[in-house]
Structure formats: C-alpha cells, structure tokens
Design a protein. Structure first.
Ligand code: ADP
Ligand code: MG
Length: 352
C-alpha cells in the first residue's frame, strides 16, 4: 500500500507572518539578538498553529512556532507542554533542534511564540529503509534509555493530557459497541455501508476484548513522543534525523508509540507494519511483547476510528484524510495480529 487515498486540496489555516503583532516581533528580535528580515509559513503537519521559518540579519534562520488568537484549540497549553518537554527531556538537543526561548503578549488566548534552531530540511517522504532505520535508531535511544535517565518530572502517559485516554478501557471501539448511533456514523467511512456493518459486527468483539485491557498495557516502559509521523520527523542534508513537536512527550509503554507510528509509516509507504516491527526489533535489540502491542493497537485504532469519520474541520482540510489513511493501515495490522476479518473498502477518492 502507500498513499491509498488522494490528498485533499487545501491547507491548514496557519497565520501569515504579517499577522504577528509588531510588539511580538520586537520581543523575538531581542530574544534572537538580531533583526528578522522576513519569515515564511512552515507547512507540514495538520494543526492550525503559527509556524514560520524566519531569516535573520546574519542570514541564519530560526524556526518560530506558537499560538495565535485565531486558533480555537488549547494552543497555549500545548505550547507550554512542548516547552516543558524541551526543558525536561535529557539530552533532547541530540535528537531535536535546540530550543531558544519563548515570547508572549501575556494573554491566555493570545500570541505565544517559541523559537528553535531551524533545520535545513530535505523532504522526509518518500520513506526508504535507510530513513526508517535512522529514525528507529533514534527511537531506540528514546524508548530504551537507562531507566535512571528518565526524569521524574516527565509525566506518566496515564496522567498526560490527550494521551491518558489510550490507557483507559473506554471510547473507541467500546463506544461503538455501546452506542449504536455512533457506530452508524462510523459506517460512513465505508464505500458499501452494509458491508461495513457486517465487518464491524464480526470484528468488534475481538477489538473490544483487547481495548478493554487498555489500562493493563504492559511491556517495556520508556520515554514516548506520542505524535510520531513523517511531518514531525525532519531530515537534514547530512541525513541526520530530528524529532519535533513534543507536545505529548511522556513516559509509558513503548508499544503506545509503535501502535501509532508504524501504521503512520505504512500509510505513507509500501512497508507493512509487520516488516517495520521486525526492523525495529532488530535495531533496538528488544523483542516487543505481542499482547501489549495488540492492546495498544486496539486502543489506538479505536480512537482513530472514532475521529476519522467526523466532519472535516474548516481550518484543517487534511486532518480526516490523514486519520482515515492511518486507520486503514492500523486495521491491516489488526487483521494480522488479532485475527479479525479484513475490512471492506473505505470511501475514496483513491489514487489511480
Ligand atoms: N526546527 C525546525 N526547522 C525547520 N522546520 C521545522 C522545524 N520544526 C518544525 N518544522 C516544520 O514545521 C512543521 C510544523 O511544525 P510542528 O512543530 O510539527 O508544529 P505543528 O504543531 O503545527 O504540527 C513541521 O511539520 C516541519 O515541517
Ligand atoms: Mg507537527
């Protein structure tokens, strides 16, 4: 597989540099100790946050990211979480661009911008075995660092905003089981809704049985990124990889990162999740506990399923497309790992 569904036209509603208030620009220039000559929107990812690559008077560049008044999510809180991760994670500068500082207009729903070293990137896609190997090496360091190096201040997954839900036996497939109307809405994802209904009734018991154990997700514990996707992984011109967007950083079962990331790679490439897992195990030297992985996959796919069918948010035209693509890859893996029947076709448009 790989890019099964056609990408929708349209981009996220990110603000232009001209919208940044002059007082914030002045604060940034003070922080960076140079004038900003100009800045372009940095595209990538599926959020509406403000993201810029700024060119400085010295011709060096800085990456600037943050929240703005036009954003309707909990932007400020997310950016604070991310800055906290940069200040907490040990050795983060060895796998992420350096954090340079943060400025704000002091308003909770206002502007708050953080500055980072800008990476001169080459496109992450298409995935190749070399690139995946580089990322897996980096992830092994994150996931299997010496336990005593995990900072106590790094929140456990079960207490972390937006992440704790994956460790609770509720929502996702369990919601479809308990709420007939919600399950019916999910069927909108299928080309043939009757075939979708038949598939759901045969696959749901197994998916629910595994998701019901979400609070017992086990296996190796390490530092987690929890938003691993090609848009949060950068490669520079020396093929060095960097992880960015640390909003969800926490400590918890490593299978949580794998259950999200391997299907995300599979959705964008010709690699199957099973082959990716084999490569990850070879590189890390760690055998991943299958039952824990199955539980994490049931939970991750359930929550993805409970998002992918929803209406497309006006400011985020590509979000549901990405969710549908990753869900499809998750289900292909679930067919192999959980012995459920293969799902019938999702709605298109498909690539030729
Ligand atoms: N330090 C950086 N240097 C260059 N480009 C970056 C840097 N950090 C992020 N980007 C680019 O900007 C995009 C958005 O940044 P990200 O931190 O992921 O924010 P968002 O929360 O909007 O996803 C990324 O997908 C990547 O393409
Ligand atoms: Mg991102």
């Amino acid at each position: 597989m790989g890019f099964l569904f056609q990408e929708p036209i349209g981009r996220e509603a990110r603000p232009a540099w001209a919208e940044v208030p002059p007082a914030l620009v002045a604060q940034l220039q003070e922080l960076l100790k140079q004038k900003i000559i100009h800045a372009d929107i940095a595209w990538g990812g599926y959020s509406p946050s403000a993201t810029f690559v700024a060119t400085l008077a010295s011709w060096e560049k800085a990456f600037i990211k943050g929240t703005h008044p036009g954003q309707d999510t909990h932007g400020t809180q997310m950016l604070r979480q991310e800055i906290e991760a940069y200040q907490t994670l040990p050795d983060i500068q060895s796998f992420s661009p350096a954090y340079l500082g943060c400025v704000s207009d002091g308003r909770e729903e206002g502007w708050m911008l953080a500055a980072f070293d800008s990476i001169d990137t080459l496109p992450t896609l298409p995935w190749t075995e070399e690139k995946i190997t580089t990322v897996f090496r980096l992830l092994s360091r994150l996931h299997f660092c010496d336990k005593k190096n995990i900072p106590p201040a790094l929140p456990p997954a079960r207490d972390k905003n937006y992440i704790e839900k994956f460790l609770r036996p509720e929502g996702g497939w369990l919601r479809f089981r308990d709420e007939r109307q919600t399950a019916d809405k999910f069927l909108a994802l299928f080309e043939d809704q009757d075939a979708g209904r038949d598939w759901l009734s045969s696959a749901l018991p197994r998916l629910c049985e595994k998701q019901a154990k979400a609070h017992m997700t086990g296996g190796a514990v390490g530092m987690l990124h929890q938003d691993l996707r090609s848009d949060n992984i950068l490669f520079d011109r020396e093929d060095r990889a960097y992880l960015v967007d640390w909003v969800n950083a926490c400590q918890g079962p490593v299978v949580m990162d794998l259950a999200q990331f391997l299907p995300a790679v599979s959705a964008e490439s010709a690699f199957e999740c099973g082959a990716l897992l084999g490569l990850y195990e070879k590189i890390s030297g760690v055998k991943i506990d299958r039952e824990s992985l199955v539980i994490a996959l049931a939970s991750a796919s359930g929550h993805m399923a409970d998002n992918a069918y929803r209406a497309v948010p006006a400011k985020l035209p590509r979000l549901r497309w990405m969710q549908k693509s990753v869900l499809w890859a998750m289900l292909q893996w679930a067919v192999v790992l959980m012995d459920i029947p293969p799902p019938p076709r999702f709605t298109g448009p498909y690539h030729d």
